[in-house]
Design a protein around this ligand. Structure first.
Ligand SMILES: Cc1cc2nc3c(=O)[nH]c(=O)nc-3n(C[C@H](O)[C@H](O)[C@H](O)COP(=O)(O)O)c2cc1C
Length: 322
């Protein structure tokens, strides 16, 4: 069975959400990207510690680092390895954010292959853990160099590569290019993980079949939708991709909220849960109004009352449907 992974998503895929995705069949997950320099300068900083937390039920967790200086990244990787918490180290060569890419980090590394190679080689040498790289297909349409990068990664001792089928210039616009990912798969012998625009179980099946990749990675398609892992697996096995019932949706929201309240100060949990609830209820009747009300509310008990009302009403409407 092909491994279906949860993509690193800054501000979303913390240990709580990853744990929920694992419970629905996600095989591997990544931490949100962590600054190598930030870690070395202040390893005990509360924000970094939170990003690095691993939940007890997380199956396979890879820590993702970003940085521009090969020695800094390699040293951070070596120190993090000593913690004995993670199953691998991933190097971010895909982040398109201006602040990151234009200072030579993230996707900016795809413009400096010499530095990127050194970063891969040094990190591989610095740790025993498997080192992987997540990249885009290039900086812009005139500089599509993912095939060279993939080969370079293989030569540098990188154990697997993830390709998001867009250039940095595209950010998240246009369609992910799955064809070029299929070509990457043919051009290297290390595992290739395909990423970009998997929103439905059918997308996952089509992507896997047409590209022959070793694993798939889902990002935005998993927002408020941890069921996608179960659905994609069922669909690929020729089964039925069961959509979540209303009850199941509500149950997972309550579970998610409860786990957040246990792991964060209340005001932070309340704030963080607003976006997740928005994603969970997306597409249901009255979702926009409920979202607006929840966004104004700072009391979890009150949020639960609103959710109770909303899901009871949605359930009644379902029953009345002919
Ligand atoms: C909100 C958000 C945060 C992201 N954070 C990261 C990150 O920390 N590290 C990373 O490698 N990619 C990050 N990405 C990119 C995703 O991992 C993924 O490559 C991209 O969304 C394409 O996959 P998708 O079409 O399945 O969403 C982020 C994307 C989004 C939308």
């Amino acid at each position: 069975m092909i491994d279906i992974r949860l993509a690193p998503l800054c501000g979303v895929t913390d240990h709580v959400y990853r744990t929920i995705c694992f419970s629905f069949g996600c095989g591997t997950a990544y931490t949100e990207m962590i600054s190598a320099m930030g870690y070395l300068c202040a390893p005990g900083q509360a924000a970094t510690r939170e990003l690095m937390r691993r939940g007890p039920e997380e199956k396979k967790l890879i820590l993702q680092l970003f940085g521009r200086d090969p020695d800094t990244v390699a040293e951070a990787a070596a120190r993090i390895e000593q913690l004995g918490i993670y199953d691998g180290i991933d190097l971010n060569m895909g982040c398109p954010a201006r602040k990151v890419a234009c200072s030579g980090e993230g996707s900016g590394l795809m413009r400096t292959p010499v530095i990127a190679r050194r970063m891969m080689e040094k990190t591989v040498r610095a740790v025993r853990l498997p080192v992987s790289v997540k990249m885009r297909i290039g900086w812009d349409r005139d500089h599509i160099n993912v095939l060279d990068f993939a080969r370079m990664a293989e030569e540098s001792g990188i154990r697997e590569i993830t390709v998001h089928g867009r250039t940095r210039e595209q950010q998240y616009s246009g369609a992910a290019d799955w064809d070029i990912i299929a070509r990457v798969k043919q051009s290297v012998s290390i595992p290739v993980i395909g990423n970009g625009d998997i929103f439905t179980p059918e997308d996952a099946r089509r992507f896997a079949r047409m590209s022959g990749v070793d694993a798939l990675m889902i990002g935005r398609g998993a927002l408020g939708n941890p069921w996608i892992f179960r659905q994609a697996a069922a669909d690929m096995n020729g089964g039925t991709a069961e959509a979540p019932t209303l009850d199941e949706r509500y149950e997972v929201i309550r579970l998610h909220y409860g786990m957040m309240l246990e792991s964060r100060p209340e005001h932070i949990a309340v704030r963080e849960m607003r976006k997740h609830i928005g994603w969970y209820i997306h597409g249901l009747r009255g979702a926009a109004r409920l979202r607006a009300e929840i966004n104004r509310c700072g009391d979890p008990a009150e949020v639960f009352r609103m959710l109770d009302g909303f899901f009871n009403e949605a359930g009644r409407e379902r029953e009345e449907e002919p």
